[in-house]
Design a binder for this molecule. Structure first.
Ligand SMILES: Cc1nc2ccc(C(=O)NCC(C)C)cc2n2c(-c3cc(OC(C)(C)C)ccc3Cl)nnc12
Ligand SMILES: [Mg+2]
Length: 349
């Protein structure tokens, strides 16, 4: 898939509309899933230039355009882990920077904001729609490469990001002095590795201590905060309207159940959440929201009161699943998972 990005593609992207014609584009309530697929590259470009990252870090516009188009090509056509997910992730990073005023308030440096935006865009590059344990169990090439260090997929996503940056005409970091370049790449590595669910549990304890008294002049504390933002960006669909959160769950379980089917044909039995015959999505989603999503945005809203609306939205979505649960359990035997993709569900919630 590493076809060259044509110059006409670059021209097309540079000609994209210079205004976010959707007025609430910079609002937490805006859903990036509402934009047409072919406009996402252009809006990604606009977010980088809106933050003046091109000016601050001496990034040539055609290099930025070519990098974005190349990253788009670096994603596969899976139900969830595709270019649309990468776009949702980087859009939320943009929302955090704008709405929490992170740079002007000194919570993160401009270089850290660049690393956050690039990490979000690249964080799931070349995802195959399968988990780390699936790589190990089926002995994939990626497992052979990375299983000794763990976070198999995340190490691959980072390797792909480095590969993009080392591609002729795509290195958006080549205008940065050597030691800042190294620091930025080191940050991108940490931030992409932070999107491994397993490492999130390990780090979340430490991040909660941040709440006690966050010292923004300490680099190691800012790094913990950036990892927290990274997982918040990765999960951001859960802070949007119910119909978005529900549709995302639908896509994720499409991937999970496909993996479960593959595991069954390979003779191993999948975990419950990947077994279409055992998984009960409403309760799995309530658990996920209670154990991961709500605590995460809860911590962010304690550090940043402006982010209160995110916890509220996540809690609303949790209520959505209890309503769906009531609906599902009555009709479960009749509808099964198909009920999930039934738009009528959105009316009930
Ligand atoms: C709506 C929603 N439901 C989920 C339900 C279950 C799981 C899951 O992985 N369960 C364990 C496996 C062994 C069955 C993930 C879910 N998930 C994620 C997600 C988050 C990730 O990690 C961070 C960002 C660090 C939390 C990494 C990957 C993914 Cl797909 N994004 N949205 C969701
Ligand atoms: Mg990932």
């Amino acid at each position: 898939y590493h076809m060259k990005v044509g110059d006409e593609d670059v021209e097309l992207l540079l000609a994209c509309p210079n205004s976010h014609n959707t007025s609430n584009f910079s609002n937490f309530t805006f859903s990036p899933r509402s934009l047409p697929w072919e406009e996402m590259a252009c809006y990604t470009f606009l977010m980088f230039t809106d933050l003046e990252l091109d000016v601050l870090f001496n990034i040539r516009r055609e290099t930025l355009a070519r990098f974005i188009l190349f990253v788009e090509k670096g994603y596969r056509d899976t139900p969830y882990h595709n270019w649309r997910h990468a776009f949702c992730t980087v859009h939320f990073a943009f929302l955090l920077i704008k709405n929490l005023d992170l740079i002007k308030q000194g919570f993160i440096t401009p270089l850290e904001s660049l690393a956050l935006m690039v990490s979000c865009v690249c964080h799931d590059l070349d995802h195959r729609g399968t988990t780390n344990s699936f790589q190990t169990q089926s002995g994939t090439v990626l497992a052979n490469l990375y299983s000794s260090e763990g976070s198999i997929m995340e190490r691959h996503h980072f390797a792909q990001a480095v590969c993009m940056l080392n591609t002729e005409g795509c290195n958006i970091l080549d205008g940065i002095p050597r030691e800042q370049y190294t620091k930025c790449l080191d940050l991108i590595r940490d931030l992409i590795l932070a999107t491994d669910l397993a490492s999130h549990f390990r780090v979340f304890e430490e991040q909660q201590k941040l709440l006690v008294e966050f010292q923004k002049h300490k680099e190691d504390q800012r790094r913990l905060l950036l990892c927290l933002f990274m997982t918040a960006c990765d999960l951001s669909d859960q802070t949007k309207h119910w119909s978005v959160a529900r549709q995302t769950a639908d896509l994720i379980y499409k991937e999970f159940f496909t993996q479960g089917d593959m595991e069954k044909t390979m003779g191993s039995s999948p975990v419950e959440s990947m077994d279409r015959d055992k998984a009960y999505i409403p309760s799995l989603q309530i658990q996920f929201l209670d154990n991961i999503v709500i605590p995460l945005y809860g911590l962010i809203s304690e550090l940043f009161p402006e982010a209160e609306c995110l916890v509220k939205a996540a809690k609303l979505n949790r209520e959505g699943w209890t309503t769906a649960d009531a609906l599902f359990s009555t009709q479960w035997d009749r509808g099964g998972h198909e009920l999930l993709s039934n738009p009528e569900l959105d009316e009930q919630v």
